[in-house]
Ligand binder design. Structure first.
Ligand code: SF4
Ligand code: SF4
Length: 160
């Protein structure tokens, strides 16, 4: 069964992950966009030549050494297929698109969900870019166990 039928990507269908050493240097994007479709906003947004795409139908490939985590690509991706990862002082930080209400704000506790929508832990919002301040995708950055950075792809607010 392929991911289009299954509805989510398995680990062996994902691009290689950046190393922990790379994540400790500076933020880096991670793109999960396997489908050959005519789409290239990520390529056009990247001023650092980090996104490679020979043909507009090719899935994008990311050069982790060229990427500096500037976030320009994440906000223009119509597929919500890009996240930004970082490890700092032993803590993991994941910046991801968030398009639900109620909007999240700094300090909110969230459940961490994997690609299947299963809960895998809890995290805390450390930064949020709400939709009223821009006309593009709203973003949220969540602090979490660094070992979960490759697993978590959505969050849900914990009601207190
Ligand atoms: S985060 Fe910035 S440098 Fe990295 S791929 Fe996206 S646009 Fe390029
Ligand atoms: S902008 Fe998003 S959906 Fe389009 S090719 Fe890039 S990663 Fe894929």
């Amino acid at each position: 069964m392929n991911y289009l039928v299954r509805g989510y990507l398995e680990n062996d269908e994902l691009p290689p992950f950046p190393s922990r050493e790379r994540l400790e240097k500076k933020p880096v994007a991670y793109i999960e966009c396997p489908q050959p479709i005519p789409c290239s906003p990520c390529l056009e947004a990247c001023k650092y030549d980090a996104v490679k795409m020979d043909n507009i139908n090719d899935p994008p490939e990311l050069d982790y050494e060229k990427c500096n985590g500037c976030m320009s690509c994440i906000r223009v991706c119509p597929g919500l297929a890009i996240v930004i990862m970082r490890i700092k002082d032993g803590k993991g930080y994941l910046t991801l698109p968030y398009e639900f209400t109620p909007w999240l704000k700094k300090g909110d506790k969230v459940k961490l969900l994997n690609r299947k929508g299963e809960e895998v832990g809890e995290g805390k919002v450390v930064w949020a870019l709400p939709p009223e301040k821009n006309d593009r995708t709203s973003l949220v950055r969540v602090e979490m166990d660094p070992d979960l950075l490759f697993e978590v792809r959505a969050v849900r607010k914990v009601e207190e």
